[in-house]
Write a protein that binds this ligand. Structure first.
Ligand SMILES: CC(C)C[C@H](NC(=O)CN)C(=O)O
Length: 475
């Protein structure tokens, strides 16, 4: 070794030690603030920010204000961006929840990351079969139950706790951190694509990388996510008589809208998936070589291929149909079937819309029914796929190694983050999905939860990741 080389080595070692020391300090801080983090999550869960229910819009707006307030306390430069109006099916409009943007740190010598998340939730009622009140965070054996706990309130909070931990310990944030937090993700991120386009030259101009933590692990092992499916969501409305009818008086004399609707929806599994397969050009059916590599190999290859690489259709519900307990002998006059198609790369929502509408109109016409059919696509979110060779994924692996001492699963997600593809196409920035949710969190289902372990260790993961990202050489 020359003397200079020796000096470089000594400097490098002492720098690593400083970093290691700081990580331990951050990890201890996070551990010791666990109860406070759970309390803040409790306050957030108590806000019923269901974006699909227009009656709850004030709650979603309140959730956005609470998020903004928390960011302001972190000396963030916060804005609540007005993204306009939402048009409802009856033609009326209501304000969309404001999008919260924030910036913590603006040092031009540092990289800038932008964390995306959402604080709206799917609907939930105790009577849907929840064991606990969905809006009262309940800790049972280390699992924190509540609607939105995993999707996506705890992960958003974990990011805020991370930045706050650095600040409280006076440890220099290794990167500048921007936030973009929305309140309409669960209904397709209405208004967000336009907002991203409008702010591309301003808010996004100095962003280097975008981080999304709105998904879950595949197993007990931490994961990095590099793909999501898209979602095209449809309403198929069948209208018959001008009001509901007594089935004893009218049964047998009218063609019932519900019979038409079930008839046309019943053609899906026999026809539509095949139809989509042939007219789009989705990816090959089998998982790729790297997806076959351990540790993913422990999962059934066919199941993963179906979840990640194939399109699928699901029927979600029928509005207007009798669904209460008891027996009502009614013929509903108007019913609306709700279904969605998860798409994979190489499928385009516009093409899917054309194919689905023309398929349903064809099969409806063949029935010769006097009723009226109207099909509309209400969400058209594209799939997203990342380059796993990008240094962001190396940074993710290093952070997982630091906190969990294992290699992460490299996975895709069967669900959709509507804005992911927009971020990629509009801003051109590289994206990483860094999940902290558990594989069994029950997203969108009864008894959604996040474990304390995932919430707290996930916060440490984010703290470690910020350091690892700061080591990436600028593109
Ligand atoms: C377009 C859907 C409503 C988006 C939704 N996203 C998530 O659940 C991720 N938090 C989905 O159903 O995939």
């Amino acid at each position: 070794f020359s003397f200079q080389l020796w000096c470089v080595l000594v400097l490098f070692l002492s720098w690593s030690e400083v970093h290691n020391f700081q990580f331990e300090e951050l990890a201890q801080y996070i551990d010791s603030h666990q109860e406070q983090y759970v309390e803040t999550l409790r306050e957030w869960i108590a806000i019923e920010s269901d974006s699909s229910d227009v009656q709850r819009r004030a709650d979603v707006q309140r959730m956005m204000s609470v998020t903004a307030e928390k960011l302001r306390k972190m000396q963030g430069n916060v804005e609540m961006v007005d993204i306009g109006l939402q048009q409802l099916p009856d033609g009326t409009t209501i304000p969309l929840p404001k999008v919260v943007t924030a910036q913590v740190g603006s040092d031009p010598s540092k990289l800038t990351v932008c964390v995306y998340g959402h604080v709206d939730v799917q609907p939930a009622k105790k009577e849907d079969g929840w064991a606990t009140d969905p809006y009262n965070l309940t800790d049972i054996k280390g699992n924190l139950y509540g609607r939105g706990a995993s999707d996506n309130k705890a992960p958003v909070l974990a990011w805020l706790h991370t930045v706050e931990a650095y600040q409280s310990l006076s440890i220099d944030l290794p990167v500048n951190v921007k936030f973009i937090i929305e309140g309409m993700e669960e209904t397709g991120s209405n208004g967000l694509d336009a907002m991203v386009e409008a702010h591309n030259e301003t808010f996004f101009s100095d962003v280097d990388y975008i981080i999304i933590s709105d998904c879950g692990w595949l197993s007990r092992r931490p994961a990095l996510t590099y793909g999501t499916r898209g979602n095209c969501y449809f309403f198929a409305e069948v209208v018959g008589p001008n009001k509901d009818l007594h089935s004893g008086v009218f049964g047998g004399t009218v063609i019932e809208p519900m019979t038409d609707l079930i008839g046309i929806l019943g053609t899906f599994h026999s026809n539509i998936c095949l139809y989509i397969h042939f007219s789009g050009s989705p990816e090959p059916a089998l998982v790729s070589t790297e997806e076959r590599e351990p540790p993913v190999v422990s999962h059934h290859e066919g199941v993963l291929a179906r979840r990640w690489r194939h399109p699928t259709v699901s029927i979600h519900g029928i509005e207007g149909a009798f669904s209460a307990s008891g027996s009502k002998t009614v013929i509903p006059a108007k019913v609306t079937g709700k279904f969605s198609i998860r798409q994979v790369p190489n499928m385009d929502p516009k093409e899917v819309e054309k194919q689905v509408c023309s398929h349903l109109e064809d099969v409806f016409a063949k029935r010769g029914s006097p009723n009226k059919l109207k099909v509309s696509m209400v969400i058209g979110a594209k799939p997203w796929l990342a380059d796993i060779q990008h240094p962001l994924y190396e940074a993710g692996k290093a952070a997982v190694q630091k906190v969990f001492k294992v290699e992460p699963d490299m996975i895709r997600e069967g669900g959709t983050i509507p804005v992911a593809r927009t971020f990629q196409d509009v801003t051109g920035k590289s994206i990483i999905m860094l999940p902290i949710g558990g594989f069994d969190d029950g997203l969108h289902s009864q008894n959604e939860k996040i474990s304390r372990y995932n919430y707290i260790e996930g916060t440490k993961l984010f703290a470690a990741f910020l350091h690892e990202v700061s080591q990436i050489k600028r593109d």
